[in-house]
Design a binder for this molecule. Structure first.
Ligand code: C2G
Length: 130
């Protein structure tokens, strides 16, 4: 039984998010998803996500490919989350390529190619222009 973990904000949920979650789930038996809190997002990007953390978490939790969700409160706790959730594999999109290699001592680290031509930032820009 192998356990896969991934992390993300998943704001304005779109098909790029779905693709990575499905592909991550296919690498093991159980997919656990750490959802960045609103506070963590604010500290990283100086803006709150459009959708609050409870809505983002509810959407991810409702997906067939996801077994469990939790809140990611701090980037510094990633090692602890991997240990606590007994993850065998960490999956991230390749915009994070190389950034999590430090965890290769406790799990396998896999970067999957991002889905082209869609992102939350682009969606916000498109909606703004309408
Ligand atoms: N993603 C993707 N294709 C896209 C857009 C996003 O594969 N077109 C992937 C990202 O690579 C990431 C996941 O979807 O693995 C979630 O993306 P974001 O919500 O943008 O996550 P981010 O804000 O990068 O948060 O601890 C790390 C952070 O929590 C990651």
């Amino acid at each position: 039984m192998s356990r896969v973990i991934t992390f993300g904000t998943f704001d304005l949920f779109h098909v790029g998010h779905l693709n990575i979650l499905k592909r991550a789930a296919a690498l093991g038996d159980t997919l656990i998803v750490g959802i960045s809190t609103d506070a963590l997002n604010y500290s990283k990007k100086q803006r709150n996500p459009i959708c609050p953390q409870n809505s983002r978490s509810e959407i991810i939790d409702a997906l067939k490919c996801v077994s469990e969700v939790f809140y990611e409160d701090s980037l510094e706790l990633k090692r602890q989350y991997i240990i606590d959730y007994k993850a065998d594999i960490l999956v991230m999109g390749d915009d994070w390529e190389g950034k999590f290699d430090e965890f290769k001592d406790i799990c396998e680290v896999i970067y999957l190619p991002r889905t082209p031509s869609i992102s939350t930032t682009e969606l916000i820009e498109i909606v703004k222009e309408i």
